[in-house]
Ligand binder design. Structure first.
Ligand SMILES: N[C@@H](CCC(=O)N[C@@H](CS)C(=O)NCC(=O)O)C(=O)O
Length: 206
């Protein structure tokens, strides 16, 4: 196994968290380098695309979260070997990324402008994407997206759903997932109750 160092912000979610969960699930040793917001400006230009996460593999650096998720998914046995199943995993991960970007654009807005943009997103793209994810989960058998087992697609979607249901996003109703994609709400519980994931977050709370 190569020497792995994952650099991401010091938060238990968002773009760097799939990589952490995948490595914990597979019992792969890695350095979990967590960056405080105040230290980011000094680090920014030393990263390949002025963003995190980045992964060092035996001293070589690779960026872009879904690229990292695929690479680690392969190391962790959480990514299909079959090209078509792999494409189905990629489709979910890239669509989740699209939604994260759409929500991200609203963070710079304030007051009524933010409210309008978030409400439009909730009624439009978020609802639509959730229904599409639900359909893919159903097509995969209802429990996991592909191959009847947990893959990095499940981790990526789980983190989005957890964020949407958290109530932390003003003007995006916390019941949006239950309303449009009840199978995804159950999927969140399935991932959260996975013994390795439950143990990981129990450890993080200590
Ligand atoms: N396409 C990139 C986007 C990375 C990205 O925007 N990361 C955010 C954190 S989730 C970041 O580094 N923000 C700090 C900044 O843009 O200055 C990926 O998927 O890794």
């Amino acid at each position: 196994m190569p020497k792995l160092v994952l650099t991401y912000f010091d938060l238990d979610g968002s773009r760097g968290e799939v990589a952490r969960l995948a490595m914990h699930l597979a019992g792969i040793a890695f350095e979990d380098k967590r960056i405080a917001g105040k230290d980011w400006p000094a680090l920014r230009d030393s990263t390949p695309f002025q963003s995190l996460p980045v992964l060092e593999v035996d001293g070589k650096v690779i960026a872009q979260s879904n690229t990292i998720n695929r690479y680690l998914g392969k190391l962790a046995g959480l990514y299909p070997k079959d090209d078509w199943q792999a494409a189905r995993v990629d489709e979910v991960m890239d669509a989740v990324e699209d939604i994260i970007i759409m929500i991200g654009t609203t963070f710079a807005l304030e007051g009524e402008a933010k409210k309008k943009a978030r409400e439009a997103l909730a009624a439009g793209s978020i609802a639509h994407f959730l229904r599409q994810f639900e359909a893919r989960l159903k097509a995969g058998g209802g429990e996991w997206f592909v191959e009847n087992r947990l893959t990095v697609a499940d981790l990526k979607c789980y983190l989005l759903v957890r964020w949407l249901k958290s109530g932390l996003l003003d003007h995006i109703p916390a019941d949006i997932v239950d309303k449009h994609a009840p199978l995804l709400a159950k999927h969140l519980e399935r991932v959260e109750n996975h013994p390795a994931i439950a143990a990981y977050y129990a450890g993080r709370r200590k």
